[in-house]
Design a protein around this ligand. Structure first.
Ligand SMILES: [Zn+2]
Ligand SMILES: [Zn+2]
Length: 117
């Protein structure tokens, strides 16, 4: 059996956890999860594993920010202002038929004009 360097092993696990977390966080924010994870995984494999930490810092700075909510259909986390669930693609916002303001599909009244939906 080939021996595995424990430091290399621990680094690989840490990188995998960071990329996994980043994938789900980016998906919840509709911020190119596959692109981010693929780019950082390639950098880690072919250039230096340190680039994953650098990428994580950059990601935390540039990612879309805002309050998170749970999809009423599948329960996945998403940014409140997304129009569609990033996981199940069900609609998350609807338009008020009177003033056309966007509101969550679960809202009973328009937050802008108070019209019942
Ligand atoms: Zn969903
Ligand atoms: Zn309205």
């Amino acid at each position: 059996m080939p021996s595995i360097d424990p430091i290399m092993g621990a680094t690989a696990v840490a990188v995998a956890l960071i990329l996994l977390w980043m994938y789900f966080d980016a998906r919840a924010r509709d911020a190119y999860p596959t692109l981010w994870v693929a780019a950082l995984a390639l950098c880690a494999l072919f250039i230096h594993v340190f680039l994953v930490l650098l990428g994580l810092v950059i990601y935390l700075i540039v990612r879309p920010k805002g309050a998170m909510a749970h999809c009423p259909s599948c329960g996945a986390k998403h940014l409140v202002w997304l129009a569609e669930c990033p996981k199940c693609e069900s609609r998350l916002l609807k338009d008020c038929h009177r003033c056309h303001a966007a509101m969550p599909v679960t809202a009973e009244r328009c937050p802008e004009c108070g019209t019942p939906t």
